[in-house]
Every structure is written in structure tokens, then in C-alpha cells.
Ligand binder design. Structure first.
Ligand code: GLC
Length: 636
């Protein structure tokens, strides 16, 4: 029987109305269920800061509805909030800025206002549980133009200096506190075995001993104010998050679960011996240092996504190592676990994930988890355990008790920039210095500077700087380029000429020294996965032109990782690795001109050929010697 168009139209209208009623009733049912509970008495024990943390946690938990508990487990990207009121309506536990997720006004004041808006919305909820706001402050408060941009971790790893690293972390914490941000997804504990990975520069080293030392220093710097000892009951300033648990950096090439990538988010071979000897010790040390959150990686341990691994999270991290903080999953990682959203959430939470970086649909998440508890797919004890861990961190941060702030003048302060400049100088590694060309003589008459990274702040800061993928170009307020540093440091009698392509006047006299500052354009995560990390044709041609225009050439590599330079290095008189130095490019000239010594050492081996990859420690895949061993570095 044919149904007339009018009848069809009426049926669609009826269906739409029914759907709306169902959705609205489930929303109001959800909120009314939660909100018909009375507020706790003003004298409730959890509100008193004189009560020990664990007693406050237990007391607060006793007031919480199931929905409020589940809300605390949700980590939402701030642009995915449908309304600020949802923070209170859903009792959301945490928000984050996906990198580049900034306020309209991307200034310190704009950030402070944005975070305060979310904080006060959380305080208006029935129980007034404060919200945690997290960002990736992996080399300073680097979302904000004008903040101090410290060297990326690979440079700090080259410094090997734990005191310096702790000071860098503390300066970063003070810049974060000036905008109300109390949580950073750092330090990275990944240990890269394959330089083709796009996240090598985010790591300290492939050596677990150095990672343990510098990672703990960074946690102390983030979490403890100057003079406070780690592990004391004193307040946590900014919550550190050692990441990515576990075995990130050991993934195999061409195993990525992301179709756009080759090794990032790939498969780390299951290897119990390596787990115990290499991957686990740094996290053990991090827990001893007072870490209260750990991020699970997007890689797999064999054929199991880390966020789905009850063995790694519950058996090893929590039970065996005694981790009492919370485990947060990485971006959308839970939903990459095979199965429906419901099944994935059940698997991850039962495996031990406490906070789910959704980061988008919190309504779906809360509905699914509530249903799972009601059906017995997730034991309520597991929810209580997760929330207990979350609340412990929030009480230890003092979020219930006071605002820990810093003056906005901390951001990009001269002291922090001086510290960053010192870090740059200590990160430089001297690989070659024929005829003791460096440090440059004060009598050098002419220096010619060239190269894609000489006058390009975006290249020296790398990614995770205002934009997730960084910005290639000269644009960051308050920053100093490497070229500007060279001009500033050159003695009065020295002429400095610059041309990025080394196109100097034909037949003009050769300069005494050429300095080629060359290297990688910014990239983040898997977008930096590349089969043969090397200089661009453009940079190689620039070096050749500079060699023709100078008596001797110093090559300064601005790079997030070792590059294949085996065939070219023989033609270069001196070679310096500057890694990704950040905003204070003058630190490079400080060492080139001898104001500071070369002290940096390679934090990981420098391969000679692609056949040597992956390199684990000093063992190359093909058994030959790398171009430079880990910890190589000439000193002068
Ligand atoms: C990213 C990264 C992780 C970062 C998180 C939040 O995908 O894997 O290191 O902390 O998302 O930006």
C-alpha cells in the first residue's frame, strides 16, 4: 500500500518529537537524579584542610552520587563543552586545552580569565569539587606568545644537568600558576630507539638512568616550590604527569595504528625483560618522587592497547609499584580500544584507567559508564577507587583550600629567559672541531651566517609552540633568533653578514668563518615520522655555497633528533648540535664565542646508516658502530 507524502511527513514529525522527548527526559532524569541530593553540611569534614587527605577523600566520597563520581573521571577538551554550566551539571573533573586550544585572547590575562571561568563553574556544583585544568607545558607555558620557551627535552637531556632541569620545571610551574593552570602533561619518560619517530625531541634520552634522573628532577620542579623537599606533605604546586606509560619510544617502524603515521602510536614488542630493565625503572623513580598522575600511551604492548592493559596498569603500576595516584588515558585513546564506545570504556576503566581523556563527548561517556555500573560490567568499587585517586591528587594540590597563584610578570620574565639561555648553552653538543676552530677568535674579521634556521624563531622553538605543529617563521614576541645572538656576541671588530641562502656577492673576498644554521621545520607527533631524517636539499646547497664564500665552515644543526649526515660531515670543519633551543637563541652564540664552554653530550646514539635502526643503547640493528655513541661530545 503506498503511503501518501503527507502521511510520511506526519510520521517523520512524530518520530522526531518522540526522539526529542526521550533525549530531554534522559537529560533531566540524569541531572535531577544527581541534583535532588541536598548539599553537604558546611562543617563537612572534607572541607577542613586540618584533616588528613585520606580522611577528607573518604568523607567526600561518602556524599557523592554515582553520576558525580563518574563525572570526576571525565577529562574534556574545553572547546567540546556545550555550555560552561555542564561543568557543574555533570560534575566534570577536568578540562584540557588540546595544544593550541587557547582563549580568544591568547595572552596571560586571557588564559587567567578562561581558567577562572571554569574553576568558578566547578565550585558552584553541589559538592564544590574543584576542576583540574591541564595543558602540555612541555617546554614552558608554550601556548602563549611571550612565555619563556625552554629547550625541548632532548636538549635538556644533552645537558645531563638535574639541577638545571629542576629549575626549568619550577620556572615553567611559576608561569603556569600565573594563569591558574595546575596540571601539565609532562615530563616525558619515553625512550626513543628509532630516530625516525616524530617525538624524539620530546624525550630526555634512550638511557633509563638519565631519564630517571632528569624526570624526577622535573617532577620536583613542577610540584614543589623552591626549598620544599619532594615527598613531604607540603602542597603540590603543579601536578606532573610522567608519560607515556609504557614503552613509548620502543615502537616498531610501520606499525602505527594511525593511518597517517608510521611509528607513532605503533606497536611496542612485548618483552618482559625490557619492561623490567628499561621501561619500568624510570616510572618507579617517578612514583618515589611523588608523581600523582601517570598518562597511558597511545602505543600498544604487543597486540594490546596500553589503556586496555590490566596487566600493565593494575598489576604492575598500581599493585607492584604501589602507585596511589591516577592513570589518565591519552587523547581519544580509550575509544581506539576495539569494540563499541560502551565496551571500550568498560575495558579501559576495568583495566585501571581512572581519568579518561575523552576528550569530546562527556554525555555519552557518563551515560555509558552509569549503565555499565548498573549492569555490573564495571564494579562500583572500581569507580570508587578511581575517584579516590583523583580526589587525593586534588587535595594534595590544595585545590579545595586556596588559590596558588603567581604574578603575571612571571611569564617571560628576564630571570626565566636567562635560565632558558643557560639551558641552551648547556644543551649544545660539539661533534667536530677541526683545527680547534671553536670557540671563534676575537680577531675574526668577517663572519658570514646562512641557513634556514639562522633567523627563524619557529624552527628553533619547534612544535608545541602556540600551535600544535609550531609555526615556521620569525614571529614569537620576546624571542631572540640564533642570528641575533651571533650579531650581539660578535666582537666590535667583527663584521657579520647574513643571507639565508648564502648568496653572497660573487668574487667578494672569502669570509674568515661561515656559520650555517640549518635543520628541521617544526613537526609534532606522528607528523614527524620520517624514513630518513636528514637535511633538506636547500640546506645542503646553502652549506655548499657558504663553503665557497668562507675560509672555514661551522655547521649548527637545529634539529629534534639525530640526522643522517654521514656523507656530508667530512666537508664541514666544525659541527654543533643545538637541538630545538627555544626562545633564547642567544645561548648558541654564548658558546660559539666562548662565553660559555661546550659541555653537552649526545643523549642518544647518532646512527651512521638507516640499516642501524632501531638502535637500543649502543647496539645497532646491523651490529656496526653508530656515527657517534651516546654521551659523545667534545668539550672546550
Ligand atoms: C597528545 C599526546 C600527549 C598529550 C595529549 C594532550 O595526543 O600524545 O602527549 O599530552 O595528546 O595534548
Amino acid at each position: 500500500m503506498s503511503v501518501s507524502a503527507a502521511q510520511k511527513h506526519n510520521r517523520i514529525q512524530l518520530l522526531t518529537a518522540v526522539l526529542m522527548i526521550v533525549m530531554l527526559s534522559s537529560y533531566f532524569a540524569y541531572t535531577s537524579l544527581k541534583n535532588n541530593l541536598p548539599p553537604p553540611p558546611p562543617e563537612a569534614m572534607y572541607r577542613s584542610k586540618d584533616v588528613p587527605t585520606m580522611e577528607r577523600v573518604t568523607d567526600l566520597l561518602s556524599y557523592m552520587s554515582l553520576e558525580e563520581k563518574i563525572g570526576q573521571m571525565a577529562l574534556v577538551e574545553k572547546n567540546s563543552l556545550r555550555a560552561v554550566e555542564d561543568i557543574s551539571a555533570y560534575g566534570l573533573g577536568a578540562l584540557l586545552s588540546g595544544f593550541g586550544g587557547r582563549p580568544e585572547d591568547n595572552s596571560p590575562a586571557g588564559w587567567k580569565t578562561m581558567v577562572e571561568t571554569f574553576t568558578s563553574a566547578a565550585r558552584s556544583s553541589r559538592l564544590g569539587i574543584p576542576i583540574l585544568y591541564g595543558i602540555d607545558a612541555i617546554h614552558g607555558h608554550s601556548n602563549i606568545p611571550g612565555a619563556t620557551i625552554f629547550p625541548h627535552f632532548i636538549g635538556l637531556g644533552a645537558s645531563g644537568d638535574a639541577t638545571l632541569v629542576e629549575n626549568v620545571a619550577r620556572a615553567t610551574a611559576n608561569e603556569l600558576l600565573a594563569t591558574g593552570v595546575r596540571w601539565s602533561y609532562s615530563p616525558t619518560y619515553d625512550m626513543p630507539e628509532d630516530i625516525r619517530w616524530g617525538r624524539v625531541y620530546e624525550t630526555f634520552s634512550d638511557d633509563p638512568v638519565l631519564v630517571s634522573k632528569l624526570g624526577s628532577a622535573y617532577i620536583r620542579g613542577l610540584q614543589k616550590a623552591q626549598g620544599q623537599r619532594a615527598g613531604t606533605s607540603s602542597q603540590v604546586m603543579v601536578l606532573a604527569t610522567p608519560k607515556h606509560y609504557l614503552g613509548a619510544g620502543g615502537m616498531l617502524w610501520d606499525t602505527s595504528s594511525n593511518e597517517n603515521f608510521k611509528i607513532d602510536q605503533g606497536l611496542t614488542p612485548e618483552d618482559e625483560a625490557k619492561l623490567r630493565e628499561q621501561y619500568l625503572p624510570p616510572f618507579k623513580k617517578a612514583i618515589e618522587t611523588g608523581a600523582l598522575s601517570v598518562m597511558a600511551g597511545l602505543n600498544s604492548w604487543g597486540d594490546t592497547k596500553i589503556a586496555a592493559s590490566s596487566y600493565l596498569i593494575t598489576t604492575v603500576l598500581k599493585a607492584e609499584l604501589g602507585f596511589k595516584g591516577f592513570v589518565v588515558s591519552d587523547w581519544y585513546g580509550v575509544y581506539e580500544i576495539p569494540g563499541s564506545d560502551y565496551e571500550a570504556a568498560v575495558t579501559a576503566i576495568n583495566a585501571g584507567v581512572d581519568v579518561v581523556m575523552l576528550p569530546f563527548d562527556y554525555q555519552d561517556f557518563v551515560r555509558n559508564v552509569r549503565r555499565a555500573v548498573r549492569r555490573g560490567d564495571i564494579p562500583e568499587e572500581r569507580i570508587n577507587d578511581a575517584v579516590q585517586r583523583i580526589l587525593t591528587a586534588k587535595f594534595e594540590l590544595g585545590l579545595f583550600d586556596n588559590d596558588t597563584t603567581r604574578d603575571i610578570s612571571e611569564i617571560g620574565s628576564p630571570e626565566h629567559r636567562a635560565l632558558a639561555r643557560e639551558a641552551v648553552a648547556k644543551s649544545l653538543v660539539l661533534l667536530k672541531n677541526d683545527a680547534r676552530l671553536l670557540p671563534l677568535r676575537r680577531t675574526t674579521a668577517t663572519i658570514r651566517v646562512a641557513g634556514s634556521a639562522a633567523d627563524n624563531i619557529g624552527r628553533q622553538t619547534g612544535a608545541w609552540t602556540v600551535e600544535w605543529q609550531g609555526i615556521d617563521g620569525n614571529w614569537l614576541p620576546g624571542a631572540t633568533s640564533i642570528l641575533a645572538g651571533i650579531k650581539e656576541a660578535a666582537p666590535p671588530g667583527t663584521t657579520v653578514e647574513f643571507d639565508s641562502g648564502a648568496y653572497f656577492p660573487e668574487n667578494s673576498p672569502k669570509a674568515a668563518v661561515g656559520i650555517a644554521v640549518v635543520g628541521e621545520a617544526p613537526y609534532a607527533e606522528g607528523w614527524g615520522d620520517t624514513p630518513i631524517p636528514s637535511l633538506t636539499e636547500e640546506d645542503r646547497a646553502t652549506i655548499e655555497r657558504l663553503r665557497a664564500a668562507s675560509e672555514v665552515v661551522v655547521v649548527v644543526l637545529v634539529t629534534g633528533r639525530p640526522l643522517f649526515i654521514t656523507n656530508e660531515i667530512k666537508d664541514w670543519d666544525a659541527v654543533v648540535v643545538a637541538w630545538l633551543p627555544g626562545s633564547e637563541g642567544a645561548g648558541v652564540a654564548d658558546v660559539l664565542f666562548g662565553k660559555r664552554p661546550f659541555t653537552g653530550k649526545l643523549p642518544l646514539p647518532w646512527p651512521r646508516t638507516t640499516e642501524q635502526l632501531p638502535i637500543t643503547g649502543s647496539a645497532t640493528a646491523d651490529g656496526t658502530n653508530p656515527l657517534f655513541l651516546r654521551y659523545y661530545g667534545l668539550g672546550i
